[in-house]
Write a protein that binds this ligand. Sequence first.
Ligand code: FAD
Ligand code: MLT
Ligand code: ZN
Length: 501
Amino acid sequence: MNKTIINRLLVNRNNNHLFKRTYSSVGNKIPRDPKYAVINSKDIDYFRSILKDPNQILTDKDDVDPFNCDWMKKFKGNSQLVVKPKTTEQVSKILSYCNEKKIAVVPQGGNTGLVGGSVPVHDEIILSLANMSKVESFDPITGVVTVQAGCILENIENYLVPLGYTVPIDLGAKGSCQIGGNASTNAGGIRLLRYGSLHGSILGVEAVLADGTVLDCLSTLRKDNTGYDLKQLFIGSEGTLGVITKLSFITPPKPTSVNVALFSCHSFDRVQQVLIRAKKQLGDILSAFEFMDRPCIDLVLKHQAGTREPFDDSTPFYVLMETSGFNEVHDGEKLSSFLESIMGDELIVDGSVATDSKNMTSFWKLRETITESLGKEGATYKYDLSLPIDQFYQLVAVMREKLDGKALVYGFGHVGDGNLHLNISTPNQSYSKDMLDMIEPFVYEYTSKHRGSISAEHGIGAMKSQHLHFSKSDPAIHLMKSIKHAMDPNNILNPYKVLPQ
Ligand code: FAD
Ligand code: MLT
Ligand code: ZN
């Protein structure tokens, strides 16, 4: 087994170089609903009166612009105002006023979302949670942490690690995304395989409803069967049902023995065989099982300084696997026998195990910088799908054939969770309607036909609201609309998103 050393990259907080080509010229923007008020100087005076600190209100174009544009520089709105409350009470007053005046509002966390949900479609005001970033409490007996929604995920991790705990979610955007944004998108990431979805980890939510009502469901109880589990409505609803201001969640003890391995495989079938063995033989110490195809490796090697070819021979598929436990000897033995089994049966072509943190970060860099590297190539059409495992890579091959060299097709993702990230890139080109028409609705139809999901983890946002029917039945969409209407009758919260118009 060889070992390589590369430095880990944390996502740059200012990804201004990425995706310079905006989508608005290609996407069919939903027209502005005239029922919404256009903000005026009286509204701004009101917000000043409740927020007090002048830094909590941005009106200058240069200050507002970064909040108008998403991480990919693909979706761009035209808001004239950003408000940055510091307390739940301030959020409540803002929403109560907006509801009365019919002013539309976009809640914004770290603005790392990949479906255009965090930026305005038109001139909705932006409610940024960035000033609500305190860890409120931690219970060392239950491991439950209570935080304000604007806490950056990595900062919570840094708070927990000295206490011997860790966050149950990890993703490439950890340096910028906020826990409120993670909850609102029900973000998945690389630890979902081990710790499950946020629907399970989150125990309590404090949210402000569209009319300013503060809904205190901030339980820290593991078990609470008192009627409808209302907090779940806010998890994954992308800011359309309320603004999350605080939440509590279970944190697992930080594993003390971690191994990261990289494998290369000849076929996707072998990747699946390795996954089955990993689940059976590693059991509860398996904490991540990620896959990327060869074009992804080439892309990262091209764009990320300090990366290098992992193995002597190039193969079509790569797996990044992590184990985490608490007993180095026991975990090491389990890993060794697993490695012997997959090598003995020639399921892998080559492999390398990193046991020190430098090597581990180098392996993770190959996986976690794919998104950023794609951004450096040009316009990228991103699809985040759940597919049955037998169809998982098939779609990548189908798209390559269909596009016939007119675009580059990349496949990677959380194969352990059945989540494919299908990315179609057109280097040095702008987003084009012709290209979009070659991809959509085909990709969604294919996914629907195989009973997959058109959004495994990124959400629906502005990008897929008109395609929701590919994954939800008419009665389900009808019920979603009824819930939305009951909670936000004036539809001021994140309009034009998630639900089809
Ligand atoms: P934002 O982008 O600001 O907002 C996302 C949505 O949530 C919007 O609809 C917004 O209105 C709403 N929202 C935000 N905060 C609140 C709040 N307090 N109350 C109500 N609504 C709110 N996602 C994954 O699931 N898995 C991954 O592995 C993953 N990796 C990524 C890697 C990179 C490099 C990048 C750039 C993104 C990645 N993402 C991933 C997507 C994104 O990071 C996640 O969706 C993340 O959870 C968004 O958090 P945020 O704070 O940036 O939210
Ligand atoms: C990932 O798993 O890397 C993210 O979901 C980001 C992406 O899909 O580009
Ligand atoms: Zn992902």
